[in-house]
Design a protein around this ligand. Sequence first.
Ligand SMILES: C[S@@+](CC[C@H](N)C(=O)[O-])C[C@H]1O[C@@H](n2cnc3c(N)ncnc32)[C@H](O)[C@@H]1O
Length: 239
Amino acid sequence: MGYSDADAAALYDVLNKWGPSDDFYLSYVMGAASVLDVGCGTGGLLVRAREDGHTGRLAGIDPDVAMLDRARKRLPDAEWVEGKAADLAWVGEFEVAVMASNAFQFLVADLEESLARIRTALADGGRFVFGTRNPEVREWESWNPSNPFDVVDHNGRELRMIYHVENVEGDAVTFTETTALRDNTPLRTDRATLNFLGVDALNAVLTKAGFTVEAQYGDWDRSPFKSTSENIIIVARKL
Ligand SMILES: C[S@@+](CC[C@H](N)C(=O)[O-])C[C@H]1O[C@@H](n2cnc3c(N)ncnc32)[C@H](O)[C@@H]1O
């Protein structure tokens, strides 16, 4: 038994349907002639941009080979690069960089290097747009085996997703995601560490990296950030 990386990438798309956050990011993508999607995953944002008539340069980078394969198949005329944000090698080429669906939270030990590379990849005055879960809301506390949820995958297979937080150390939350059968038999377990930075820490790290925060929202409708907001949404500009 087991569940392949390709199946996990397809399941990602089943679990992550288009939503208000995607509309938010899409508005910045459509307004820019050249776009870099950092942690692009299966490429859904750039695929939609092309479908909606974006004729400019679209590029995505992601370390997950199976996710990126899926992106390549969906949109062959974009540039898809295997790697992490800290591996970015472009210089001054993009009007906008985005990190959608909380991909920003995957930047932990390599956060400063990643921000430096994203800044370098941007053209003068370019924007970096991303969101991150608000640590004040402590969303990870609901990621436990007593809150599983059921899903039917792309092959019609009935599955159960089970989450378990292993460790909270400072701002870093390490958890597992187990893809299981409905009788809880595990098929695969993935482990990730997410960075939960608050507003002050985000502002400090962005300033240090050479960005200015142009706008900060608490929701995808651009309402102002409050301490109870689920998300911290930032539009930063390269200085
Ligand atoms: C939650 S997914 C978001 C995918 C996509 N942005 C979306 O909106 O569906 C997070 C993505 O970040 C990628 N990732 C993990 N570490 C990364 C890093 N250091 N740099 C860039 N991407 C990373 C993962 O492989 C994964 O595809």
